[in-house]
Design a protein around this ligand. Structure first.
Ligand code: PHB
Length: 395
């Protein structure tokens, strides 16, 4: 027995992009169905980056998606770049008038899921998309298996792939041979979560002789920290003491407050942009459309910027304004995507030594750090990108 459903907008993926889009569409009276192959629990416990741009926070609050971000989130007005054995503060707010918010992605997901539930939104967990049919027709179809393993088909006016870096929907747009622009980096981050109070008031990005480290935060009692490592590192082979020693040696001058490490993971560094972001009535959003390396925490913020554009386009079409914005979605989204790709690559390259880095490249890299931290123009470039380029949304 195949379950057949019909909706205006079918959204594959209940991550931040898919859920936020369905929430914004609901506010305009546009019906959608969201499916995800994961359970609600898995979605709510996904550990990802923790920094929200000012525009992301403004949208979450103004659209009624999250009030908690203002209560439980922490506003940060600066970051420290640590190099040459000293901290160099970038005053984000003085340079741009904007700030960022430390509010972990799983909290955003909890808020969005709660909002969709309260509004009677249709989110189906454990539903796996396996293919897209009729991608070139007026009514594309996503097919797959539901939580009981039975087949389903959802026919929609618009199909949205918000289904992450291993997107099924992307294949319908780009095929599998040359899906996009890709770059891999010869290093990774070992990320940890630990039980400890914050070691510093703001985030510390450190480039040292030992390699890169990032001292981030999660809450008053839980901290997130990262240590540059080999992508092939088996993190189970490192003792807690080795991790603390590695972190501490990379941020000389700041005494890290240690605590029980209760989670470890290795984050690979990749840059990716799908070759095509739309085809007819099929559109890609978020990680399905692009991946950035984690330095600078652009991933979720870029997904939100995609949502803003696609939402405006669908809203205009629903209001009888035609499909001009829909047809322009790929070009409009690409602009910000490639700026964010550049920024993420740039922050990454400036702060990390590659295994084959020459003595010249190393000196040049530290020259670059001194230029950025030592000049108002350099610091402003970083601060504008870090806090996020303006995000114009209509609600
Ligand atoms: C994090 O807290 O996970 C985080 C923060 C800033 C980054 C990357 C990751 O640039």
């Amino acid at each position: 027995m195949t379950t057949r459903l019909r909706t205006r907008v079918a959204i594959v993926g209940a991550g931040p992009a898919g859920l936020l889009l369905s929430h914004l569409l609901h506010r305009d009276g546009i019906e959608s169905i969201v499916i995800d192959n994961r359970s609600r629990d898995e979605i709510e416990s996904t550990i990802r980056a923790g920094i929200l741009e000012q525009g992301t926070v403004d949208l979450l609050v103004a659209s009624g998606a999250s009030e908690r971000v203002l209560v439980d989130g922490h506003r940060h007005e600066g970051i420290d770049l640590h190099f040459d054995d000293a901290a160099h503060r970038i005053d984000l707010t003085e340079l741009t008038g904007r700030a960022v918010w430390l509010y972990p992605q799983h909290e955003v997901l909890r808020d969005l899921l709660a909002r969709r539930s309260a509004d009677g939104g249709e989110v189906r967990f454990g539903w796996s998309a396996t293919a897209v049919r009729d991608a070139d027709s007026a009514t594309p179809v996503v097919v797959g298996t539901d939580a009981d393993g039975a087949p389903f088909e959802i026919t929609a006016d618009v199909l949205v792939g918000a289904d992450g870096s291993r997107s099924v929907v992307r294949k319908a747009i780009n095929g599998t041979d040359a899906p996009g622009y890709f770059r891999e980096y010869p290093f990774a981050w070992l990320g940890i979560l630990c039980e400890a109070p914050p070691s510093a008031p703001e985030l510390i990005y450190s480039a040292s002789d030992e390699g890169f480290a990032l001292i981030s935060q999660r809450s008053e009692t839980v901290q997130r920290m990262y240590l540059q490592c080999d992508p092939e590192l088996d993190h189970t082979t490192m003792s807690d003491a080795e991790i603390w020693d590695g972190l501490q040696r990379r941020v000389g001058g700041t005494r890290l407050i240690e605590g029980r490490i209760f989670q470890r993971d290795v984050l690979r560094f990749r840059s990716f942009v799908a070759r095509g972001l739309s085809r007819g009535n099929v559109f890609l959003l978020g990680d399905a459309a692009h991946t950035v390396p984690p330095t600078g925490a652009k991933g979720m913020n870029l997904a939100v910027a995609d949502v803003v554009l696609l939402h405006a386009a669908l809203r205009e079409q629903a209001a009888g304004g035609g499909r001009g914005l829909l047809d322009g979605y790929a070009a409009a989204a690409s602009e910000r995507i490639w700026r964010a790709q550049h920024f993420s690559w740039w922050m990454t390259s400036m702060l990390h030594a590659t295994p084959e880095e020459s003595a010249f490249d190393r000196q040049r890299r530290f020259g670059e750090l001194r230029s950025v931290a030592g000049s108002r123009a350099g610091s402003t470039f970083l601060a504008e990108a870090y806090t996020g380029w303006p995000l114009t949304f209509t609600l």
